[in-house]
Design a protein around this ligand. Structure first.
Ligand code: PLP
Length: 435
């Protein structure tokens, strides 16, 4: 009884510790937080960079997915942003999860998600992680090489295996094919090996690359998958599972590749090539969270680049930055996406001369070229080498929108800087029902 009591208490404390989900707009959230900020205050926390996460945006993306790709079950690629509130929301909406490690699997299971809603989508796994999946009934997992098949035979002989094939990722920002995916001239050998080992291969997966900018890549990849489905019959397999991976654009991408274009091509190709008895899943990451997070940062220091008159003239003509602004989140924190995810992050003015300017263009203010830097002592820590900004003072604020994907998830604490905290809101009232 005592053990149970302490468990219930721990559970209640955990529940009680859930952060508050506000119902204001992002604008109102930013404004309220900055209004309470007093530069003279002793509260050092108040000047830290912070995120506003709109869970309503995640919810809208889920509804959009269901409307445009009703046949394809989304398994959120949590590596993209394992934020506990996002995860809880998606779990309660019935999404599955793409996990890449033991810790990721564990955190999904701890939310009470059934192991059948997890795909362990990392083709090269540590032995102990495979054992953990086995012990916890997580059966679906990907592979792309024969060695992995032998490992799985040893540690998880009842796994439901998904053969990850190589597809054309040349039209993507992050070319995952450099590391993963079986070329089509190796799939026969892999299927034969699986057959000889008595393993259960249930289907095919692929990833067109993260940050894909050509919707046709999805259609072409599905055609390749069909070839492997047909080939599998020669080795005694009757595939009934297709995983179309990630690479879906975030909601703020409205030109070039859009989710609508991907859904039209992908949905119709899947329907044309695969009967209704084939279960189709996807592993969207940035699609869900990219546009849901806005980051506010304070200008903590400024350096005016001093030049003599001739240099100044040359600099002005060639538009060299005249100021360097230092902000309190950087490349080693949220802006690691610049290095790892090939993103360009554009600063916008949030608070200047005490005036609040979210989503306002400061057209009356003269703009000049400036570079924006993170807070660490490393010179690689550059957020933007050249941005057009009005003259900012120390204590002013800049913001960056569309900061939800591959940002905070890989942020380090290099130089002792903490990860930026997150304030939650929802612009869709229904979301509150999920917490
Ligand atoms: N699935 C796998 C196996 C991945 O490696 C990734 C990203 O690296 C994703 C899904 C998510 O990709 P995206 O965020 O582009 O949707």
């Amino acid at each position: 009884v005592e053990v149970l009591k302490s468990r219930v208490k721990a559970e209640m404390t955990r529940e009680a510790q859930l952060p508050e989900v506000h119902t204001e707009s992002i604008d109102q959230m930013l404004r309220a937080h900055l209004a309470s900020f007093n530069p003279e205050s002793e509260d050092a926390e108040a000047e830290n960079a912070f995120y506003v996460a709109d869970l309503g945006e995640v919810y809208r993306q889920h509804l959009r997915w269901k409307a445009l790709l009703p046949r394809i079950e989304p398994f959120f690629a949590m590596k993209c942003n394992p934020d506990p509130m996002v995860m809880r929301l998606l779990a309660s909406l019935g999404a599955g999860f793409d996990c890449a490690s033991k810790n990721e699997i564990q955190s999904v299971l701890e939310m009470g998600v059934d192991p059948t809603r997890i795909i362990y989508a990392n083709p090269c796994k540590q032995n102990s992680f495979v054992k953990y999946a086995y012990a916890n009934n997580v059966r679906m997992m990907t592979f792309d090489n024969a060695e992995e098949l032998h490992k799985i035979k040893r540690f998880h002989p009842t796994a439901q295996l998904v053969l990850r094939i190589l597809t054309d990722d040349s039209k993507s920002l992050c070319k995952l094919g450099l590391k993963f995916g079986a070329p089509l001239d190796t799939t026969a050998f892999l299927l034969r090996t699986a057959q000889e080992l008595g393993l259960d291969v249930i289907g095919v997966s692929f990833h067109v690359g993260s940050g894909c900018f050509d919707a046709n890549a999805f259609g072409e990849a599905v055609i390749r998958a069909r070839r492997v489905f047909d080939q599998a019959k020669d080795y005694g397999f009757d595939f009934k599972f297709l995983d179309v991976g990630g690479g879906f654009p975030s909601a703020h991408i409205t030109e070039g590749i859009t989710f609508e274009k991907v859904a039209t091509i992908l949905g119709s190709t899947v329907d044309a090539l695969f009967g209704p008895d084939v279960r189709v899943i996807a592993e969207p990451g940035r699609y869900y969270v990219g546009s849901a997070f806005t980051l506010a940062t304070q200008v903590i220091a400024r350096r005016t680049i001093l030049r003599n008159e001739t240099e100044a003239l040359v600099a002005a003509q060639s538009e060299h930055p005249a100021h360097m602004y230092y902000i309190n989140d950087g490349m080693y924190g949220s802006f690691n996406c610049i290095m790892f995810d090939h993103q360009a992050c554009e600063p916008k003015v949030l608070l200047k001369d005490g005036g609040y300017t979210y989503q306002q263009r400061l057209t009356s203010e003269p703009h000049g070229w400036a570079s924006v830097w993170g807070p660490t002592c490393d010179s690689i820590d550059c957020v933007s080498p050249k941005s057009s900004l009005p003259l900012m003072e120390t204590g002013d604020w800049l913001y960056f929108d569309n900061m939800g994907a591959y940002t905070i998830t890989a942020a380090s604490q290099f130089n002792g800087f903490r990860r930026s905290e997150i304030l939650y809101t929802t612009t869709e009232p229904e979301v509150s029902l999920h917490f």
